[in-house]
Design a protein around this ligand. Structure first.
Ligand SMILES: [Zn+2]
Length: 224
């Protein structure tokens, strides 16, 4: 069973470490500041920092970061304590630029990575739960107008289509292109081949949305 709270906490930490659209990732310097590290003092054990309350962390007991100033292999351990007080540890080594996995230790920041279906992008459409080859095949039959009945979700913001495999339960994912969670479930009805122009237009629309998002992001970063 998927623990949504745990899943959310992992996603939050992942964005925190790696950065996302709104924040840069955590650097070693940031981590040292968080835990109150000072190079002038000697530390034997790790220094810790507990993440402050956050809606994204409500589903778990606590999230702590442990900084190991002296360890040559492990720089940071992330500890996520779930509601059953079970501790999930992820280990990281700072390589000077980013956080990497130390040899033989678990570093992936997902609670249930294996349960997540794969997503493929072909010609501006997304295909959830399809193997790359299947996705390409389906994309071809959609273009030729031979895929009536195919189920998809339509993003209300940028018209991105996410086709999902009929065997899977309808997915609850945000639009992979813009993050919009407002998606409409639809069934492909077209009987005539989809115009190539139409496909190009859709790709263009999607591209435009990406550029607008990027501009917004840059404006926020650089100020007015
Ligand atoms: Zn979208």
């Amino acid at each position: 069973m998927v623990d949504v709270g745990l899943e959310q906490a992992f996603a939050k930490i992942r964005a925190f470490l790696e950065g996302d659209f709104e924040h840069p990732g955590l650097t070693l310097y940031d981590l040292q500041n968080l835990v109150g590290y000072s190079s002038r003092l000697k530390y034997d054990g790790p220094l810790s920092y507990t993440m402050p309350p956050d809606p994204a962390l409500e589903g778990v007991g606590a999230v702590r970061l442990y900084y190991y100033p002296k360890d040559p292999e492990v720089t940071l351990i992330v500890e996520i304590e779930d509601k059953n007080r079970k501790r999930h540890l992820r280990h990281f080594k700072w390589n000077g630029i980013s956080w990497t996995a130390p040899r033989g230790l678990k570093a992936d920041l997902t609670a249930t990575r294996e349960a997540l279906p794969s997503i493929e992008e072909v010609g501006g459409d997304f295909f959830l739960g399809y193997a790359p080859e299947e996705a390409r095949e389906l994309a071809g039959s959609i273009r030729r107008g031979e895929a009536a009945g195919a189920k998809y979700m339509l993003c209300t913001r940028d018209n991105t289509r996410i086709f999902y495999a009929p065997t899977s339960t309808p997915p609850t994912i945000p639009c992979p292109r813009c993050g919009n969670t407002n998606l409409i479930f639809k069934t492909l009805t077209l009987s005539s081949p989809e115009d190539r122009i139409e496909a190009i237009l859709r790709e263009q629309r999607a591209l435009r949305t990406s550029i607008e998002d990027l501009l917004l992001y840059l404006k926020r970063k650089l100020g007015p």
